[in-house]
Design a protein around this ligand. Sequence first.
Ligand code: F6P
Length: 359
Amino acid sequence: MAKKRIGILTSGGDCPGLNATIRGVVKACYERMGEDNVEIVGISNGYYGLIHGLCRTMQPSEFSGILTQGGTILGTKRQPFKMMTVIGEDNVDKVKNMKETYKKERLDCLLTLGGNGTHKTSALLADEGLNVIGLPKTIDNDLFGTDVTFGFHTAVDIATDVLDRLHTTAASHSRIIVCEIMGNKAGWLTLYAGIAGGADIILLPEIPYDIDSVCSAVVKRAQKGKAFSILAVAEGVFDTKTAKLKKKEREAYRAENGNDTARIAAQIEKNTGIEARVCVPGHMLRGGTPSAYDRLLATQFGVHAAKLIAEEKFGRTVAYVDGKVTANKLADIAGKKKLVDPKGQEVQTARDLGISFGD
Ligand code: F6P
């Protein structure tokens, strides 16, 4: 019997849980098909490696001891989807190369671990006839069709810890601290960490803020004797004026002026007279070991991917929907984003606590 050759790549920003997912799928494949009947082909640095043929057959021992390891043993790289079908100055036909690598490596299927951009390319490769299975990774939790992505909850834990620590220093100095939290254009990470970390004001890209409302929330707290305030601010926030601009104009504004965080802090200090500081944990939110929740989720996702491989159900991506691990068709989810619903339960929970969204 010919061995099954399974290619694996991790693409886009790294996050905790990538290695746990790789381990889950590989162990489950060995278990189902027998270690001697499976060959795992590791593709380095995401689609870049698939384009340039950076592949090697991996040994079973390489998947031991990686459950708790952050980052990705395969390496990763951003390879923007909108450039995938464009032949650039290097004259490389990326789609053609990826198909050739798949063929040359005699792959029976390709597993792609990534977020939105990764899934768009996965759908394209599935359209081109490759057997692709996606696995939903991102700290942003903005992948359509799944309630949760692996990496998200670890990042929530880290961001919550940051907010906890900011509380003691902000309270000691009677200061405002504005904490910028990653998440790209989605506010999930800021919303979850903001609630869990007891933020007083939460600003999300999905709810444009008005700086006067933000300042009045700070003043209201001060009048109640609470001399400090913690703001959890998503990196992608816009004020109500900027939010009215066309998408292209808004992006140009962002490229020219950077994120709003420092401006929000400066404006609060100016308007309220209370000293303000900025904290940007940045990539710390993506580093280190996955939480127990993410280890479990990643393992469940990996095991489900192995089942899809065995059943030859390709052109899909693993998902978590209503408490169950399942799969979506890549074509149904690629190119769609899952954003926070401003009228959803989590936002309402926060509002019911008196948390301001600056609107
Ligand atoms: O998609 C994950 C993410 O961490 C976003 O939250 C953030 O906007 C972006 O990646 C940062 O990208 P990079 O790692 O390229 O700096």
